[in-house]
Design a protein around this ligand. Sequence first.
Ligand code: HEM
Length: 413
Amino acid sequence: MNGVRQLIVDRWDTAREALRQRHLRQALYDAGEVVMADVLVNLHGVEHRDRRRLENRLFRRDTHEHYERVLFPPIVASTLGPHAESGRAELVGLSHQVMMNLAATTAGVDRPRGTAEETDRLYRAMMQFIEGATLAHHRGDRSVVRDRVALALEEFDAEFVAPSVQRRLELIAGLESGRVDESDLPMDVLTTLLRNADDLHLADDVVLRETCFYLLAGAHTSATAFVRTFDHLVSTTDGSDARERARHDDLFLQRCVHETVRLQPSSPIALRRATERVELADGQVVETGDEVTIDLVAANRDPRIFGDDADRFDPDRELPDGIPRWGLSFGSGAHACIGQDLAAGGPPDDGRDRADHLVGLVAVALRSLLDLGARPDPDRPPVIDPDSARGYWSEYPVVLDRPEHLSEHRPAT
Ligand code: HEM
């Protein structure tokens, strides 16, 4: 016993308050510092505020629009293309490919060769970083994994990040001397950091890990949400109707993503450690050093908020005012997900015309998949990964019987 008490929070109101409580600091990635040391989600107080303020400059409506309307549709089309022709696809691998391509663009990781081998090396590096970040859940010898991940980070730096940094520094120098226009600079995290590294005193290794963190934060979460939403759509009793409705009604499709993420948050818990004594909304007292596990699955299914059918997938459910459809799955408070609007779109009642509304990249990718007539492969049922405590699919084969519907962009409906 190390004397640290473990408290659990599972009610909606207490969970939301705990996420917003400034005397509770991030503790989920303590074992994963090989990739997670000094990255945004691990910072606290003023340090976190300053870095977040800087990175917030990138995650604005115009960036989201550029990604959703310009950058992302061709990425989806080129990833789906070969599968559309063959009439089959495996969604777990495909979704990670699509979302990693997106996350690499957001993070600022260039792929100058553009070959399949290069993408494959990036993919393998990213999977190692995910393992490194979640070392707390590793049952074997952690030092072996840590060393392997450290080596992967070095190789990732040499092949991908160092050249990406170099290209951006040249562009930034060109901007300063008037040779390069502002619009020639990439809209990504690495560029944002490099333009301001001096103000924040960011060392090279911090820039490397922050880039790497964006790669894993954006890809895995969105890929998981993509496959799970598809599964909900084909599993509801009115399966084919739900699919057709989602295909033709973007707001409904976006609500399906939100409802999926509420029921199955990418990270089922958040973990915090008290820096001061705190009393939580449910009366529990947390002493300095205690750990608080915030059970996001339970909070998101709290019947006091989501009703007696909280466990049911119902994208049309009515909610009390001020309750987000996605529950606490994008966090809350200072660390709330910076990529939420990018991944899951803006609020449907944002006062914009429907044509201007952004639905988020998970919905955009799903719409393309539904356009291709995707349905579960009747000969190869999906398989849940037996080693995953989080219920991840290891394989989700589908058939695609409308290859002629592969389109780069379809206006919002
Ligand atoms: C369905 C997709 C996603 C889900 C469910 C998700 C979930 C979350 C959650 C729960 C947190 C808060 C962690 C905590 O408080 O401990 C978070 C933070 C974060 N997310 Fe996401 N995320 C998603 C997509 C993305 C994307 C696409 C990006 C990148 C563009 C991203 C980047 C981040 C970053 C940088 C943070 C840290 C923010 C901070 O500490 O200030 N996420 N995400």
